[in-house]
Structures are given as structure tokens and as C-alpha cells.
Design a binder for this molecule. Sequence first.
Ligand code: NI
Length: 141
Amino acid sequence: MSLSTNHSTAPFGRGQCQTIDLVGKTALIDAHWQPRVVAEMNDYQFKVVKVEGEFVWHRHADTDETFIVLEGELRIDVRAGPSGDTSIVLRAGQMAVVPKGVEHKPSASAEVKLLLIEPRGVANTGEGPVSERTVENDQWI
Ligand code: NI
């Protein structure tokens, strides 16, 4: 699977100066753990994703990662973060930032819709090996 950045898939305007229905966008995604870009701000991307079940432990060496829950309840297990090993629980309207370099594992016992904010080009499985969970970047919806 290619993880190369492909800006040619970005729509003209990169999602700017338009109303974006975040929950409505998630309805267009047909599988869990498949982030889709809805807009960019400078070098950052806003990605919607539906998740259910457990993701893999991973970390992002070069960037923090923001999770904003739109629907459902997301759990993020964190290893050796600023508060030690911990679990964060986020419900609709709540957010958390995982610092760069900190191992984390999102999970959801039922479907969760969320918004991710991270720099363009970040691999969803972080620095770890490419796996069946790894998703090609810059897929717009
Ligand atoms: Ni992550």
C-alpha cells in the first residue's frame, strides 16, 4: 500500500469557505478506521472517521494528535503520557490532544464518529509497521 502524499486528490479550495457537515461526511465512509480528509488549514488536515473495536498501539514521533468526538464514546489508552499510564474517555462534544511521542490506542465498544486534526502526511498507525490498519493518506470525502 502506498503511503505517499497525493495532493492531487484534494478538491479545489481544500474544503475552505464552505459549510462542512462533519457527521454527514462520516455517513459517506463505508468502513471503520478509515479516516477521510474534509478540509485543510495551513498544513493541518481535518479528518472524519468512524471507529468501532480496538485500534493498534502506536505513536507519532513528530506530531501531537487531536481527537474530537462527534457521536459515541471513545476510549484512548495512553502509555507513559504526562499523567503516566492512563485512559481518556471522550463523549460527544469532548476532545483530547495526545502529545507527540506518546503511545496510544483508541478503542470503542460501539461505533464512534470523530474528527481528527493533525498535520498533512501523518500515518494513522504512526511510526509502527504498516499493517492492515494502515490507511493511505489524503483520501478526501
Ligand atoms: Ni494516533
